[in-house]
Design a protein around this ligand. Structure first.
Ligand SMILES: Cc1ncc(COP(=O)(O)O)c(C=O)c1O
Length: 372
């Protein structure tokens, strides 16, 4: 059984086929495809994406994954002495990125440890309001956290930050598909999301949305033909420059991005709300089944989750992990460690053929269930 859709998503078969068809078309006549057809096809995909998430196509940068978009914003926006604010419930690799960006730019990184468990979104907003230092330049919040599977109150957090003059970067790696999105209404300064998780497009497809006022500061990692020559860079050409710099950053495989179109069509045909409500129903059924069988509960109330939730494992799992001969606990305090979680996750995989992430939060073990 595979219950880990949240980790890397899964591409729809039709979207995989479309990606293959684009690769074949490229091989049939690479010049025709790459030099003549590609740009207009990508522009079409961007218009379709923009309509799906409620924004302007010219404010989108197509990127291979959420990680790329996050780095572009952080590197472009913070400088010496400025403050970057984030939460400890953020994604592991993004926490490493924040530390490196702070070190390389001379910025200060302040990470707030969220007090868990949370019983309401308001509690989290109040924690952020109290913890975010005055004069913060950029705050980074996940739309849906990975390890704890909490849907953060992004709209309220954006409003709070803007009331203090703080720019907001939303790490929406899990957001597209899982949550209804209206980027215009959200008004975050920067929003990154993967198309290859809950939208079910092929891997290697993501986008970064940047408000026009910030676009001059967010540049691609790679400079190639898409860069406009300074003589052409009239103010009216700025939007075209932003889009083209990201689209053409050297020759690569564009098939995953082009196949986003097929994933979007499937969502439109099924109805995004119908898909989400199916996912929620599945999730709620699984949570009810497990919490009854294990006599445990969820990390946060289900109305603070999207299509994933953490269900606490029974004590017997921790006991099994701690007594396993091959697992030597290094824990200084009683309670579970991430090594215990890894042991349970590996045992599920190798002994029971169940792929399900096991998380260790505040000394307790949880299974992260994905409704998909
Ligand atoms: C919250 C969050 N941010 C960022 C990422 C990184 O996504 P990617 O590896 O596709 O760039 C993930 C991946 O699971 C995630 O869950």
């Amino acid at each position: 059984a595979f219950i880990n859709h949240g980790a890397f998503g899964a591409a729809l078969r039709l979207a995989q086929q479309e990606a293959e068809a684009w690769r074949r078309r490229c091989e049939q006549q690479p010049l025709l495809f790459l030099d003549r057809d590609l740009f207009s096809q990508l522009a079409r995909v961007m218009r379709e994406l923009a309509a799906f998430v409620g924004c302007r196509a010219q404010d989108l940068a197509l990127v291979p994954n959420a990680t790329t978009g996050l780095l572009l914003v952080m590197r472009g926006r913070v400088g010496p002495g400025e403050t970057l604010f984030s939460l400890d419930v953020g994604y592991g690799s993004v926490k490493k990125m924040l530390a490196v960006v702070a070190e390389q730019t001379g910025a200060q990184h302040v990470q707030h440890t969220v007090q868990l468990p949370l019983s309401s979104a308001e509690e989290l907003v109040a924690q952020v309001a109290a913890a975010m230092p005055a004069g913060t330049k950029l705050a980074v919040f996940d739309a849906v956290t990975s390890n704890t599977a909490i849907r953060l109150p992004i709209q309220q957090l954006v409003q709070l930050c803007h009331s203090r003059g703080v720019e907001v970067l939303v790490d929406g790696a899990h957001a597209l598909g899982m949550l209804p999105l209206d980027l215009h209404a959200l008004a975050a300064d920067y929003f990154v999301t993967n198309c290859h998780k809950w939208l079910c497009a092929p891997r290697g497809s993501a986008f970064l949305h940047v408000q026009p006022r910030h676009q001059a500061h967010v540049r691609p990692l790679i400079i190639s033909h898409g860069k406009q020559s300074p003589s052409l860079a009239r103010p009216s050409a700025q939007a075209v420059g932003f889009v083209s710099e990201f689209i053409w950053d050297g020759c690569r495989d564009y098939a995953p991005l082009l196949a986003v179109s097929t994933a979007l069509r499937a969502w439109r045909q099924l109805g995004p709300e119908a898909v989400r409500s199916y996912q929620r129903q599945l999730l709620h059924q699984a949570v009810a089944l497990l919490t009854q069988a294990w006599d445990t509960g969820t990390l946060v109330p289900l109305d603070m989750c999207g299509s994933m939730a953490l269900v606490q494992l029974p004590d017997a799992c921790l006991a099994a992990a701690q007594s396993a001969a091959e697992h030597i606990s290094t824990a200084a305090a009683p309670g579970a460690t991430s090594a215990d979680g890894k042991w349970v996750q590996d045992s599920l995989h190798y002994q029971h053929h169940v792929e399900c992430p096991i998380k260790c939060i505040n000394g307790c073990l949880y299974a992260r269930i994905s409704g998909a």
